[in-house]
Ligand binder design. Structure first.
Ligand code: UDP
Ligand code: MG
Length: 343
């Protein structure tokens, strides 16, 4: 399985033939799954029903993001019934961002639709997305017109994050989602990205191209709960800010300047009092200042550390994910020497 950008030279003959033969649009739908055993069949069936009603040929690229339950078994079972479903299993849980990258690298459609595996991105919008793409739009973005059922805390956290992110990076993401259609051209460019820590929602907006948004209603999750823990979301948020903005570093410098100004004011006041014989007694001020400056220096160091760590991770250039298994029937055959590698 190659992780490199799929090019026409990578295609085998039957695949080339298939591509040349088709006179209808070929659409890929990429869906990441993480511990979604109960959900998979319903998601795939609903999606296929919508796709079949359209005048297109299609494939569904399902990514099992290292699930711990029966997700992979369910996927393989389903893919034996439906030849349009190709499934990949990542070697462990690499997170939705990595799963998206794996899906985009594997998808071969003229347009690629990305959606959640829990039907919260309702497949009934797919015809509209394809229609917009046919009108010539290269990126079709779903914007949440209602955020569905969500706790007050998660709405508050989302608003906080989007507000901060917009201020720091200049990219407005409020109500944005990962429910998107990308033209082949955009996907090919996406696959040339070498960065490890992607943030699909923002990167695809940063890429530009002819884009349009459409409003969609987030459906309720039928089975199970959100697969995002608080820590996972916090990590994604920090990575997103660090990946898109160096303003926090500027903030540290501005803080230093503010402290310098305060220093001058206090220095003059202290000296005047000293020479006037009224030097401040007690350590209260000193202790408070020490604590304040100490904590700000430590926070700043930590922030700097986050950038250094991110730099380190990117420089190492480890693969984003490993593919442990695949159910591909349509994919390149395995090279001969691989089969005998163990003997
Ligand atoms: N997901 C994934 N890997 C993860 C977490 C989630 O592939 O580590 C998938 C999950 O199976 C679902 C989609 O990403 O298909 C969105 O996840 P979820 O519904 O939990 O997110 P929410 O709707 O709460 O934003
Ligand atoms: Mg969901």
């Amino acid at each position: 399985m190659s992780l490199t950008e799929p090019t026409s030279t990578d295609m085998n003959d039957s695949e080339k033939h298939r591509v040349e033969q088709r006179d209808v649009d070929f659409i890929s739908v990429v869906i990441p799954f993480y511990n979604e055993t109960e959900q998979i069949r319903m998601t795939l069936e609903t999606t296929e029903r919508v796709l079949r009603s359209l005048d297109i040929s299609y494939e569904i690229v399902a990514i099992d993001d290292g699930s711990l339950d029966m997700t992979w078994e369910e996927l393989t079972k389903y893919s034996t019934k439906s030849s349009s479903v190709r499934a990949l299993r990542l070697s462990r849980n690499f997170g939705k961002e990595a799963a998206i990258c794996a899906g985009l690298a594997e998808a071969r459609g003229d347009a690629v639709i990305l959606m959640d595996g829990d039907l919260q991105h309702p497949p009934r919008y797919i015809p509209e997305m394809i229609a917009l793409w046919r009108e010539g739009y290269e990126v079709v973005e779903g914007v949440k017109s209602s955020r569905g059922k969500e706790s007050r805390f998660s709405r508050f956290a989302a608003n906080m994050f989007y507000g901060t992110f917009a201020r720091l990076s200049g990219i407005r993401l409020k109500d944005a989602s990962d429910f998107k259609l990308l033209d082949r051209k955009v996907v090919d460019y996406w696959n040339t990205f070498t960065e490890r820590e992607t943030f699909f929602r923002a990167l695809s907006s940063w890429m530009g191209f002819k884009r349009i948004t459409f409003p969609f209603e987030v459906d309720e999750r039928k089975v199970g709960g959100s697969k995002w823990g608080f820590l996972k979301l916090a990590k994604l948020s920090v990575n997103a800010v660090i990946g898109f903005s160096s303003r926090p570093l500027m903030l540290i410098s501005s803080m230093g300047v503010i402290f310098l100004v305060v220093f001058f004011v206090l220095a003059i006041q202290t000296l005047v009092r000293y020479f006037g014989g009224k030097a401040a007694t007690g350590f209260t001020t000193v202790i408070l200042l020490q604590l304040l400056i100490g904590s700000i220096v430590m926070i700043s160091l930590g922030l700097l550390g986050l950038y250094v760590a991110s730099l380190f991770r990117e420089v190492k250039g480890r693969p984003r994910y490993f593919i442990a298994e695949t159910t591909d029937r349509l994919d390149d055959p395995k090279p001969e020497h691989d089969a005998g590698a163990e003997t």
